[in-house]
Design a binder for this molecule. Structure first.
Ligand code: B12
Length: 233
């Protein structure tokens, strides 16, 4: 026990180590850190929430403060995308027959949050359509053809808040489908950590399918408010 405790790192240790490997573009080193966290915690969402997300927020802050140059930020985000691909290829897939569209409003280029959500949801058995950023008309056509059970819109830029609201309105005007909005742009208003995502989805589906009040009101009041103002088609 003493030996294994000695080998265990804290979240902060991993954050520091991952910051160093990512900013060097070191994929193998980054994956070695990921593998170690899995052995220690046995849950990859803990790695995403407690290690990768803080590292990316650090990178963004240092870039905004002028301490980190754009090229290094790009190397780090490209390495993260490679990591996510490897992690997703290892995810267990026991289908649960619920489909989710992940999308971003036009002009939003921050796709890493959607890619992390995709990996998380796929590992929980959801069928995921990760569309990235696209014009509203294309998204509406895709929804019409594929009839997803739920739609997530992700936005990181404050400038994406209004385009997100507009996209939200266009979808709910035409389709009777729950739409959930989240991401860094909304971080002042809601906590959307990965561990809350399954409860949010369950609550949204209960509300729409059974016309029942959500039992998770405390976990997603903003979302419920949105739904109550939705005109069902
Ligand atoms: C990597 C990065 C980039 C990369 C993106 C690469 C890619 N393919 O994704 C590049 C280099 C392209 C980029 C560009 C820009 N960026 Co940038 N970027 C970042 C950075 C460092 C990390 C983003 C990220 O992946 N975060 C990690 C994810 C995992 O966290 P998250 O977004 O919170 O998502 C989690 C949860 O919120 C939740 N979630 C997310 N969405 C949803 C949705 C639902 C429904 C639910 C339930 C949950 C949920 O799940 C996610 C996984 O845990 C951030 C810093 C930051 N604070 O995020 C800046 C940041 C977002 N960028 C910023 C800026 C300013 C820009 C540029 C304008 C810079 C420029 N002058 O060119 C451009 C804009 C490009 C555009 N048009 O979109 C600012 C935005 C400020 C603001 N809020 O307006 C930030 C915050 C940096 C900063 N501190 O100033 N960027």
């Amino acid at each position: 026990k003493i030996l294994s405790a000695k080998n265990n790192n804290t979240h902060e240790d991993y954050v520091e180590k991952l910051y160093n490997t990512l900013t060097k573009g070191d994929l193998d080193g980054s994956m070695a850190i990921y593998n170690k966290t899995i052995v220690q915690w046995r849950r990859f969402d803990v790695f995403f929430e407690r290690v990768l997300r803080p590292v990316l927020y650090n990178i963004g802050q240092r870039w905004a403060d002028g301490i980190l140059d754009v090229a290094t930020e790009h190397i780090a985000s490209n390495t993260v995308q490679s990591m996510i691909r490897v992690i997703q290829s290892r995810a267990n897939r026991k289908p649960n027959n619920i489909s989710v569209i992940l999308c971003m409003p036009a002009g939003e280029e921050h796709k890493i949050p959607s890619d992390i959500l995709e990996t998380f949801l796929v590992s929980k058995g959801y069928k995921v359509y990760n569309l990235g950023s696209l014009p509203a008309t294309d998204l509406l056509g895709y929804i019409y053809r594929n009839r997803p059970d739920i739609i997530f819109i992700t936005a990181s830029l404050r400038d994406s808040i209004n385009p997100t609201k507009s996209l939200f309105r266009k979808i709910v005007e035409q389709f009777d489908v729950p739409v959930i909005v989240g991401g860094y742009a909304f971080s002042d208003y809601m906590d959307l950590s990965l561990s809350r995502v399954p409860a949010i989805i369950k609550c949204a589906l209960e509300f729409v399918n059974n016309k029942r009040e959500c039992s998770y009101v405390e976990c997603c009041p903003e979302f419920i408010t949105n739904l109550k103002h939705t005109n069902k088609v």
